[in-house]
Design a protein around this ligand. Structure first.
Ligand code: COI
Length: 352
């Protein structure tokens, strides 16, 4: 496969003159370049770096109508020792993008193509890389069916873009969580395990309900029995019962979070007991009431680790206030992400 990269001199100019504002927020500003590739006639082609600019999409673009849209959320961090960008677990994100692509019958993205687009974008965006601990260049690969016509059949044209945004962590205060009992996020055999746009669109109504109760996140329960905890609206769920961390095992209905996996691996390395198993909402509330649940936290790329301050299950509100494990795991994760972690985790980071 031949890749063609185009770098526009005026873009280079923009890159050297941009200054990050003090409060960068979560992905409020985007880097003025992006990576793009198209899949047509059975091959990926026209890979290039372009200006960040509106895409030419026809009103009958199939992805817009029928929802064949998948994405990734990943980050590059500043390594203050080597003064460079560090891409965190990009191979896992590439692999998960392809798992989502398979589930949605979209073409897989070859690793060399993904790697070249990503690394070139990060290298060209270095002056946008924030240097604060926990801050990052958020990288958002997105793939959608870009063919035209409303026929609901086989799609053969797809577009992949990667955009970048300097960002702080998603949340800056512990979360209040609302347990959703009316709606369900995903069922067995469905698309809950894929990182597809529809999974996020489908949570907005429940999010509005959560907000009306002063909560920032929804906690989803399983579709079959409405008992077992699945995940938060945009993050994975963890709790600490009697010094053991528990998290729902992956059953196909839960997003296989890269941060989730990182937390599990870090906990093992730190000799913290961790178990992937079914956790019912009754068990969680009983453990909180009896004082056996020390902590609940959420994790994802955007937020890293964020503690839960309260859980509203519709009839009662349960308060949580200790975040020793959350903080320890978050500190360890951030150290690795900024390129200063234990050698054991070297394969998770790629310096650019
Ligand atoms: C992320 O955490 O990176 C995600 O993709 C979730 C998104 C809603 C911010």
């Amino acid at each position: 496969m031949s890749l063609r990269f185009t770098f526009k001199p005026e873009t280079e100019q923009q890159l050297t003159t941009f200054e990050l504002p003090d409060e960068i927020g979560f992905c409020k500003y985007t880097v003025p370049i992006m990576a793009v590739a198209h899949y047509r006639d059975g091959i990926w082609q026209d890979a290039q770096i372009t200006d960040f600019a509106p895409l030419q999409i026809s009103p009958d673009c199939l992805g817009l109508h029928y929802g064949q849209v998948i994405f990734e959320g990943m980050k590059a961090f500043y390594d203050s020792a080597d003064h460079c960008a560090v891409c965190f677990r990009w191979q896992q994100h590439w692999a998960r993008l392809n798992e989502s692509a398979k589930r949605l019958a979209m073409p897989e993205v070859p690793q060399p193509l993904f790697q070249q687009l990503l690394f070139t974008l990060v290298a060209k965006s270095q002056s946008y890389l924030p240097t604060g601990v926990g801050d990052a260049l958020y990288l958002r690969p997105l793939m959608f069916a870009s063919g035209n016509g409303l026929g609901f059949g086989k799609n053969d044209s797809f577009t992949l873009i990667i955009i970048a945004a300097p960002t702080a962590q998603y949340f800056n205060a512990p979360l209040n969580v609302y347990v959703e009992r009316e709606y369900r996020r995903a069922c067995e055999g469905g698309v809950g395990g894929a990182k597809m746009a529809g999974n996020y669109g489908a949570t907005y109504l429940a999010s509005q309900k959560a907000q009306q109760h002063g909560c920032q996140q929804t906690l989803w329960l399983d579709a079959k029995e409405g008992r077992y905890i699945e995940e938060f609206s945009a993050m994975n769920f963890f709790a600490v019962f009697d010094n053991e961390i528990v998290t729902p095992r992956l059953t196909g209905t839960i997003l296989p979070g890269v941060t989730r996996d990182s937390v599990i691996e870090i906990a093992k390395k730190l000799d913290i007991q961790i178990c992937e198993r079914a956790v019912s909402i009754e068990e969680l509330t009983e453990q909180i009431q009896s004082g056996n649940c020390q902590e609940v936290f959420a994790c994802g790329t955007g937020a890293t680790l964020i503690p839960v301050a309260s859980l509203n299950d519709g009839s009662s509100v349960y308060e949580l206030g200790e975040w020793k494990f959350t903080q320890k795991l978050k500190d360890a994760l951030q150290t690795i992400q900024h390129g200063q972690g234990d050698k054991h985790f070297d394969s998770w980071i790629t310096r650019i």
